[in-house]
Design a protein around this ligand. Structure first.
Ligand code: FEO
Length: 164
């Protein structure tokens, strides 16, 4: 059962948005690789991988619904940041944008009475709470560190423990 065109267009766009998220996090990983903060670099790489999984989940879903996709271009991303704090602030701002996009998709899924799409989107809505919380958590800790190198290295080490 195909989705209404209006909803399909948003799903198609969101595959690109999730891949852009992956690219953005990879850009942050590239920045951290030029610093002593290898834990943050590892964390960003894993986050990029997770974003590809988000894109793939949408990719699979639109095919399950019988659509034929188009995949538009992905924009270039930054690989330079002034500090770990700036990178995580950018990550949070981006996640807040993604939350608005997912919420918008959900609103349309309700309007067009696509109950199946609503169920899928509920997973993403819950996921976005986690995504924003983890970025905010790093921001809080980095602000508390206030540029103190020892504190930054402790936070970096904890970021490096992320396994998935
Ligand atoms: Fe796929 Fe970070 O949202």
């Amino acid at each position: 059962m195909q989705m209404k065109q209006q909803l399909f267009d948003l799903f198609q766009a969101q595959i690109r948005n999730e891949l852009e998220s992956a690219y953005k996090y990879l850009g942050m990983a590239a920045y951290f690789e030029t610093t002593p903060f290898k834990g943050f670099a590892s964390w960003m790489r894993l986050q990029a991988k997770e974003e590809i999984e988000h894109a793939t989940k949408f990719f699979d879903y639109v095919h399950d619904r019988g659509h034929h996709l188009q995949l538009p271009a992905i924009q270039a991303v930054a690989t330079e940041y002034a500090s770990p704090l700036e990178a995580f602030c950018e990550a949070l701002a981006h996640e807040q944008l993604v939350t608005r996009l997912i919420n918008g998709m959900y609103r349309v899924a309700i309007e067009v009475e696509d109950y199946a799409a609503q169920i899928l989107l509920q997973w993403y809505i819950a996921e976005q709470v986690e995504e924003e919380t983890q970025a905010q958590d790093f921001i809080d800790r980095l602000e508390m560190a206030d540029g103190d190198v020892s504190s930054l290295l402790i936070i970096d080490k904890s970021a490096g423990k992320r396994s998935s």
